[in-house]
Design a protein. Structure first.
Length: 493
């Protein structure tokens, strides 16, 4: 059993709450939305990742006998509740956007339809899986865009947050556009190409820098990347690399050099000039050392002759954004008919959107996305009609969507009655979906610095429902009640 499949991989308050639901027979059908509130890295988009892993974890989510014994020892849980947990299996439905999709704040990335106990129990594992992988896939996509077609190599294993952090980051980084990984286990498990060079310790272990390069080239003549900054980058390092590289070329092999420190802009240009002067025009230059999309963007726009980028720490940890702001909120409940629910807040962005919802992406004739519309699931959104788009915070800002070619519903059924609806998608196909989707968006949404904000709006019906529920809840509080007076219908005409 992996950590994520353990029934204990949840916060304690989930267990204490669901014991209450179980005790008081409060286990009606519910719908939860998972969405995030703020774009990471001050960017213009995010890449939805982790879905296939999440479904696997849900399918195997169990309480072992040892875990039940542990919970009994905690002293909070009754025997009949522990007996229920021993037999726990998720039986609900899950709707989600396709993994690798480009996504935006406020819109549901997935919906869970299940009995309340089941939906609540998987919350922690669900958020842990989706938040982290979406964060890393997004960072990787930004690095991929900054690199402008040059290879991105994920080098983050040793800086990741623990073993699972390393594995999940390797998977997510590949979805976002990384070409290969240094993580050998990740390569085996996920079918990702593995690549690596050498450490400074290899160079230091031999009596001379040139001897270390000669021995490496002897072992790996078709995969020789020489690390030239151990002692003197433009001195002994580059000079030795040129001598060894010249011999490799004479034998029909290509080689490359790697820079891991110093002024990468200056050094890469100097190294390229020296390699070319020595007749080694096909030698490649790889750089590493605390890279991120901002640094890569600067080096690319400065015309640096760099062929590939080894990105580690700031890719697999998220760098300046250590987590995605993903949350999991109750949207509807009911015995039979589902009634919308709403959470209010003094911060408009934290007031939730009620009801069972679908997300529609409006596209122009070239297939470029124009805006997303969050609508109630029973609304008929038909291409060719005019639709009013309301700002999510219910301000007076609206616009009319008229000039578009087609509409695509984004949330699709992924689990039915606790079972998968589709086979796992090949990781290479998820990467293709991500990179192809990025190309469809206008460059202004993709740019690294000051991107345009992509519009995510509420449909007319959903906006009116939200306003009415807010008003009814406030009125009920003024009159001494704690919530809306009676059921609230979803059919708003």
């Amino acid at each position: 059993m992996t950590i994520q499949n353990s029934g204990l991989f949840t916060d304690l308050y989930e267990l204490t709450m669901i014991q209450g639901y179980h005790r008081f027979n409060e286990n009606r059908q519910v719908v939860f939305d998972m969405f995030y509130r703020r774009q990471p890295f001050s960017g213009g988009f995010a890449v939805f990742a982790g879905l296939d892993d999440l479904i696997d974890h849900i399918l195997e989510f169990r309480f072992s006998d040892e875990e039940i014994a542990y919970l009994k020892g905690v002293g909070l849980f009754s025997d009949d509740f522990l007996a229920y947990l021993r037999e726990f299996r998720f039986s609900g439905d899950l709707y989600a956007m396709p993994e690798g999709s480009i996504v935006f704040p406020c819109e549901p990335l997935l919906r869970v339809h299940a009995p309340l106990v089941e939906a609540q129990l998987i919350e922690g594992m669900l958020l842990n899986t989706i938040n982290f992988q979406t964060l890393v896939a997004t960072k990787a996509a930004r690095v991929y865009l900054a690199a402008e077609g040059r290879a991105v190599l994920e080098f983050g294993l040793r800086r990741a947050q623990g073993a699972d952090g390393a594995m999940s980051a390797t998977r997510a980084a590949f979805i976002g556009g990384a070409e290969a990984t240094s993580n050998t286990l990740g390569g085996r498990m996920y079918g990702i190409p593995v690549k690596g060079t050498m450490a400074h310790s290899w160079v230091m272990a031999f009596d001379s820098e040139e001897e270390s390069f000669e021995r490496y080239a002897e072992l790996y003549p078709d995969a020789t990347i020489l690390l030239i900054d151990t002692y003197s980058t433009l001195g002994s390092g580059l000079e030795s690399a040129i001598r060894v590289g010249t011999k490799l070329k004479a034998r029909g092999h290509r080689f490359g050099v790697r820079l891991d420190s110093g002024d990468l802009e200056y050094l890469s240009k100097q190294v390229r000039a020296e390699l070319d002067a020595a007749g080694l025009e096909d030698a490649t230059i790889t750089v590493s050392n605390e890279l991120d999309e901002q640094i890569i963007h600067h080096l690319v726009t400065s015309g640096c002759p760099i062929d590939s980028w080894g990105v580690g720490t700031r890719l697999v940890t998220g760098g300046e954004d250590s987590s995605l702001t993903g949350v999991y909120k109750l949207a509807a409940k009911g015995d039979g008919r589902l009634e919308p629910t709403i959470k209010l807040s003094n911060q408009p962005a934290k007031t939730t959107n009620p009801g069972v919802k679908q997300v529609y992406r409006f596209l122009d004739a070239a297939g470029s996305p124009l805006a997303d519309l969050i609508a109630l699931d029973d609304e008929q959104i038909v291409a060719g009609e005019q639709y009013t788009f309301h700002h999510p915070d219910l301000s007076a800002r609206t616009f009319e969507m008229t000039n578009y070619a087609r509409v695509v519903p984004m949330l699709r059924k992924q689990m039915d009655g606790g079972e998968r609806c589709h086979e796992r998608t090949l990781l290479a196909d998820l990467q293709t979906r991500c990179t192809d989707s990025l190309k469809q968006f206008d460059e202004t949404y993709r740019r690294i610095i000051n991107p345009h904000i992509y519009k995510v709006s509420l449909s007319d019906r959903l906006a009116r429902l939200k306003v009415r529920m807010i008003d009814e809840t406030k009125d009920a509080r003024k009159s001494g009640g704690g919530g809306p007076p009676g059921p609230v219908i979803t059919s708003v005409q």
